[in-house]
Design a binder for this molecule. Sequence first.
Ligand code: GCU
Length: 424
Amino acid sequence: MTRNRTFPALFLAFLTLGTVRVQSQNAANYDEAKVPRFTLPEVLTCQDGTMVTTRRQWEKKRRPEVLRLISEQEYGVTPDEKVKTTYEVLATDPQALGGKATSQQVMFTFSGQGREVKALLAAYVPNNRKGRVPVFIEYNFQGNHNVLEGQDLMRSPAFTRPLHPHDPLPRWAEGGHVAPWPLEQIIDRGYALVTMCFEDIYPDYPEGEPLGVTALFPETGDAGSRWQAIGAWAWGSSRIADWVVRQPWANRKQLAIAGLSRLGKAALWAGAQDERFQVVISNESGCGGAALSKRAYGETVAFITKTFPHWFCRNFSQYANNEQAMPFDQHMLTALVAPRHLYVASAEEDNWADQKGEYLSAYYASPVYALYGLKGLSSPEMPAVNQPVMTERVAYHIRSGSHNQLPYDWSCYLDFCDKAFGRQ
Ligand code: GCU
């Protein structure tokens, strides 16, 4: 098979790229004393200098302003146009997980501009349910069949593509670096789980654009603010939500979205734009996700925009080695989730993602929660390792160990969702 024949070359390329990445990680700043002095833009001060003091001002004036700024300067503008979407149920198993769940595999076909993109969704719904259930939505890195161990699932369409010659890193080719998900625990706690491979929506390499969903839209607007992969992944999450809210088993007011790493960046951006996501969870999303860019600690804008030129819009690169010129920072992204529920999580060994920067962006969203009479994080000091803080709307934890999404993280998220959805 092609995959086997190309594997040695790819593996070598992977090692080389891995070495470059490790070197860059080693060269990054991990010294708090070297974090530059910075001033964060005030989330409640409008561009014309007006101070926001009411919810109405936030919702009508400042929130749209922040959303526009982050669209145009960071992730790119999500088009308003709709593309044609059809759904085909390919398989249903009413006795999945030893009878605990009903599973469905549904092929989404998006079409536009004479092209089609196919994406395979897998859903698990608890059989032991009274009425509609809350739904946990998360992309997987390595295909539905890889992340849900022991389940007999079809391969996501991304797997039918040849591996890209310059990029050994369709994430699924790396082999299980992401922990499998605790499906049974999720079902036992009464949640449905819905997942899709992110590469079905937009292949994760610079030349992947023609195969992703952005190619289904007419190219309009300014090239600097054109959306790319993260924008596309966020858009795809909303399309998953479109399907979920039509299901007879789904509680449409109880949708949680989560993501790990680059998919945590996409989950935050999806949660910022689409208010149907009632709980928004960033699992170690780091630079361009929850972490404050102006701290330039760990991964920087310069590194991320150079290494992953296909993630953000081009305008974001102007802040490479120039973070202090940014008229926004990631606390303004987290603030867009308010007054809904926000969970930011870090890992103790993951200083590439800048744990403190992740914490602080959740903390600095507090003024917006306060407008709604709600408590965000109240202290600028991070909690101790494995000691989650959960206020009524904002939660944070730093887990021991390295970059991943482990059963510990999952159980914290489910606890927070239980609180958010009044299930305790
Ligand atoms: C790299 C990248 C991060 C990203 C991570 C991931 O480490 O530098 O920004 O979050 O990959 O998605 O796994």
